[in-house]
Design a protein around this ligand. Structure first.
Ligand code: ADP
Length: 497
């Protein structure tokens, strides 16, 4: 089986959020599950963002130039490849589109030509298959940036013999990001006005790249069973796409994300000062070393016993920053020992409030603005309680990563958070975190208090930490589910012929 993975970001090359983790790790996990590796290939296609260091990844230029129609123009694309074991990643180059200081926008504003940039990339992905003579059985697309690929396969390339056996799968990583543009963008895409209907890619008189992915693909998946259910219900969760998703119910699957247990492993993590694992008798003592290092690094009072809360997230209303900003001052006043560290950047108004709070509670609260992977590792390892009070959460990786480092999550009852966190109950020694009763600052406040109370009981907390650290968040089971879906989609295509 030949699989093409098309995405706009992937670790280790570039990352703004969980999509990069998934596009980085899932192809490898699927490769590991393939029954006959010699008969299967997975290739990954990404834009050649100028933020990707060509030397670090030993990118090789390959001969040939892509000529891609964009509206009335023909835009050219160079091609590079990074050969990393059996997984080769191809990069589509076009300086005008991808030589930018960020991936999608800056200072909370999207780049104005994102429609053109990703229409170009989507069509280039299919042309690149031809250039390197790679006939995909499956094109697996991720988020709105690649939503036009399924549309191209069913229209521009519908009668192209090269793609006659190709089925498409579209994965929603976050339905709130839709790639909706003025309807004139349709001209740039090269798709006809006959596609501009409610059943296809028209969305409130705009062109929606996400909706294109939802309507033209053979299967739609999303990143947790909980989120798959939620997005079909109300506008709050479906962001206006709930109707179209309900129509696609039979071909919609929720497959839970995993995390890469090599990258996120406190026993091997070179970024933390003291490595630890649940098998070590003194793992709590070792984690405390990480805590002291983090406290020093963040200008917090060095204190083994101070409960240290943390967040590592895009600073976006989705992540529950409003509720967090409301309850943190209360918690600091009520509980004289509590400390907190938050790492992230995003919405300027929220960043400002976080900065003001860190000035008010100097020595107890540190807000670190920016994207900082080494610091993220230190926070996961050095803190005690990880806050993830999301308004909605497709899957969420932060809570799973935190658990691997023995940092206990406090989460809201939504999407993938419900699928990954097992609540601690009074009656049993099970559970690996705390789930709020509802999505409100009152519930968050109450649940955080419960967590802080439990933290005082060293034995109970140790059990929670062990449960969290030993939970299975590997990609293995999900990779098997994707593989089954690839087979179904591919057989469906053969049957249709
Ligand atoms: P989302 O995809 O909605 O941003 P997830 O929890 O699914 O949220 O994934 C977020 C990923 O990005 C995690 O790997 C997290 O550690 C990382 N991350 C988020 N913000 C930062 C940051 N400011 N610095 C470093 N890593 C970050």
């Amino acid at each position: 089986m030949n699989v093409l993975f098309a995405a706009s970001e992937a670790v280790p090359f570039c990352k703004t959020g969980g999509l990069a983790d998934v596009a980085g790790d899932l192809p490898k996990a699927i490769l590991a599950q393939l029954p006959d590796k010699r008969k299967s290939r997975i290739l990954r296609f990404l834009p050649k963002h100028s933020l990707i260091d060509p030397r670090k990844f030993a990118l090789e230029k390959i001969p040939g130039v892509l000529k891609i129609p964009v509206g009335e123009k023909i835009e050219e694309g160079g091609v590079y490849v990074c050969k990393e074991g059996p997984l080769w990643t191809f990069f589509v180059e076009n300086e005008k589109y991808f030589d930018r200081p960020a991936l999608y926008g800056q200072a909370g504003k999207d780049f104005e030509d994102n429609d053109e940039r990703f229409a170009f990339f989507s069509r280039a992905a299919l042309e690149l298959c031809k250039l390197i003579d790679f006939v995909p059985d499956i094109v697996h697309c991720h988020d709105w940036q690649t939503g036009l690929i399924p549309a191209y396969l069913k229209t521009v390339y519908a009668t192209d013999a090269f793609f006659h056996r190709t089925a498409s799968i579209f994965t929603i990583h976050n339905i709130a990001y839709q790639g909706n543009f003025h309807k004139q963008s349709l001209v740039l895409t090269g798709l006809g006005w006959s596609e501009f209907t409610q059943e296809k890619l028209e969305f409130f008189d705009q062109v929606s790249f996400l909706k294109a992915g939802l309507t033209y693909s053979d299967y739609v998946t999303t990143v947790s069973p909980g989120y798959a259910r939620e997005i079909q219900t109300t506008e709050r969760y479906g962001a206006g796409m709930e109707g179209i998703l309900k129509l696609r119910e039979k071909n919609l699957r929720g497959i839970l994300n995993g995390i890469d247990e090599n990258t996120w492993n406190p026993a091997k993590d070179s970024r933390i000062i003291s490595k630890f694992s649940p098998r070590m008798k003194d793992f709590e003592w070792r984690k405390k070393s990480c805590k002291r290092e983090l406290q020093k690094l963040c200008g917090l009072g060095v204190d083994n016993e101070a409960p240290l809360l943390s967040m590592v997230a895009r600073v976006d209303p989705q992540k529950g920053f409003r509720m967090t900003l409301e309850i943190l001052p209360k918690i600091f006043d009520e509980h004289p020992k509590v400390q907190a560290v938050i790492l992230g950047s995003g919405a300027p108004d929220l960043e400002k409030e976080l900065t003001a709070l860190s000035e008010r509670f100097k020595g107890r609260f540190c807000y670190e603005k920016g994207f900082n992977d080494p610091l993220a590792h230190k926070i996961y390892a050095g803190s005690d309680i990880f806050l993830m009070p999301s308004e909605f959460e497709p899957c969420g990786l932060g809570q799973m990563i935190a658990m691997k480092y023995g940092t206990i999550p406090v989460v809201t009852p939504t999407g993938g958070l419900l699928d990954t966190v097992t609540p601690k109950t009074q009656e049993s020694s099970g559970g690996n975190g705390f789930i709020c009763a509802d999505i409100s600052s009152a519930a968050l406040h109450q649940t955080l208090w419960k967590a802080l109370k439990t933290y005082e009981d060293r034995q109970e907390w140790r059990t929670l930490m062990k449960n969290a650290m030993t939970a299975d968040f590997s990609w293995k089971r999900s990779a098997q589910e994707y593989l089954k879906l690839y087979e179904n989609a591919s057989q469906g295509k053969t049957r249709a012929d």
